[in-house]
Design a protein around this ligand. Structure first.
Ligand code: ATP
Ligand code: LTN
Length: 328
């Protein structure tokens, strides 16, 4: 059976882009394949953070993932830092990934422009991401469009390692959804909706109440024309609303566009579709957040399952790269 792996950072409020670009696919994949999902708290350390907030965000993100539909009985759900294997393999992959490759990553260029302290780990971030993926002999990585380049780098790193040191890793492929792969900021529709940049009028958090959701969508930036048409280059704001509706209704942006002749009607229906989609998620999230003890227990079970898979791959990689066996 094919194996699916993906990760999400506990770096801020989880938003509509995360849901449509990644999590919907995660939920569907858990029933089709063997699925492993990781809350990548080590990745969240690459930028400025508050320690207490990070701990809380990790807990509440795991509850939100379950509320969205991840079932810890069906998939493996765990926290990255609960396993030392991720950091260990990341070092081996830093040694088999070049400075030039890492320098070409657009996420690094973008994030390093936004901060005054650029950590070394922000630069080597994709090697840790490659370790996450390769540890689980992953075949498929469901992600949003922004992660395409990181998955390419993972493939290159796996192939290079295999060539230099013998067959060690499965070479994975990305899986990017047709609608919702790149949800844009509602106020700035040429930038992606983002956790770290978010929490303003341009980002819909999965915990926003119906009033806030409607307000944000009704105030979304569009353009000075009136025609409802899917054309992301010429009409980024309107196309974003069409994408969101298409993803919420399992349709295509082009066919959604055919039903509208005014921006007002499109916005109203888009807001309704988003509110209806989030209502059951918010209710389950409320229930799950009431029992943090149970969440911690489920995450510990997830970490045990993950360790069982990851330790075998790490041992193989250490052996093949030439490290002396320390077991005696
Ligand atoms: P940050 O802004 O802090 O980088 P993020 O919002 O990009 O965070 P991640 O944890 O990095 O969130 O990503 C989790 C998943 O959500 C990834 O698969 C990513 O591709 C997807 N994703 C993130 N933002 C969007 C978006 N605007 N549209 C579609 N998918 C997205
Ligand atoms: N870099 C990703 C988060 C991430 C990830 C992963 C995604 C870390 N490890 C492994 C897929 C597979 C991001 O910024 N969205």
């Amino acid at each position: 059976m094919a194996r699916v792996f993906s990760g999400i950072q506990p770096s801020g409020e989880i938003h509509l882009g995360n849901l449509l670009g990644a999590l919907h696919n995660w939920v569907a994949e858990q029933h089709k394949h063997e699925a492993v999902y990781c809350i990548v708290d080590l990745h969240a350390l690459t930028h400025k953070h508050d320690p207490a907030q990070l701990r809380q965000a990790t807990l509440s993100l795991s509850q939100m993932l379950m509320a969205v539909g991840l079932d810890p009985q069906v998939c493996t759900l765990f926290v990255q830092s609960h396993l030392s294997e991720h950091s260990e393999l990341a070092w081996l992959l830093q040694c088999t990934t070049s400075y030039g490759e890492l320098s070409r990553m657009t996420q690094f260029k973008h994030k390093s422009d936004e901060t005054d302290f650029v950590s070394a780990a922000l630069f080597t971030y994709p090697a840790l991401q490659a370790a996450d993926i390769l540890l689980y002999d992953t075949d498929i990585v469901p992600v949003g469009d922004d992660q395409r380049q990181h998955i390419e780098l993972t493939r290159d790193a796996a192939q290079r390692f295999n060539q230099r040191y013998g067959e060690t890793f499965v070479v994975p492929s990305h899986q990017i959804p047709k609608a919702g792969a790149r949800v844009m900021d509602l106020q700035n529709p040429t930038s992606k909706m983002s956790k770290s940049a978010g929490e303003g009028a341009g980002t819909i958090s999965l915990t926003d109440d119906p009033k806030a959701i409607s307000k944000k969508i009704m105030r979304a930036v569009t353009d000075s024309e009136t025609e409802v048409r899917y054309d992301p280059a010429a009409k980024p704001g309107v196309s974003n609303l069409l994408e969101i509706m298409a993803a919420a209704r399992q349709s295509t942006p082009q066919s959604v566009a055919e039903n509208y002749s005014s921006y007002g009607a499109l916005k109203k229906d888009c807001a309704e579709a988003v509110v209806a989609m989030l209502a059951p998620i918010q209710q389950r999230f409320g229930e799950l957040s009431a029992d943090s003890g149970e969440t911690a227990r489920l995450l510990a079970v997830g970490a045990d399952k993950a360790r069982h898979m990851a330790s075998q791959t790490l041992a193989r990689a250490k052996q093949n790269i030439g490290l002396l066996d320390g077991e005696g």
